[in-house]
Write a protein that binds this ligand. Structure first.
Ligand SMILES: [Zn+2]
Length: 67
C-alpha cells in the first residue's frame, strides 16, 4: 500500500503484510511517519526527556510511545 508521511508528505510504499500496514488500514486517520521523521522525532523526544518535559501528541487525541 502507498502511505504518506504526516510530517514531510513523502509518499512511500510499504508491504501490505507488515504489521504497521495492517495497523494503518484499521485506523480512520493515517498516521504514517517515514523513517527519517521517526528518527528526528525520537531524537527530539530524547531531548525532552533530558530536560524533564516529556509530551507526545499525535493526531490530536492519540498518545503513543514512539519507538
Ligand atoms: Zn517524513
Amino acid at each position: 500500500m502507498r502511505v504518506k508521511c504526516i510530517m514531510c508528505d513523502k509518499i512511500e510504499s510499504i508491504d501490505d503484510q507488515l504489521p504497521s500496514a495492517k495497523k494503518l488500514r484499521n485506523r480512520p486517520i493515517h498516521t504514517y511517519m517515514c523513517e527519517a521523521c521517526r528518527a528526528r522525532i525520537a531524537e527530539k523526544t530524547e531531548q525532552r526527556i533530558r530536560t524533564g518535559q516529556f509530551f507526545v501528541y499525535r493526531s490530536g487525541k492519540e498518545k503513543e510511545w514512539l519507538s
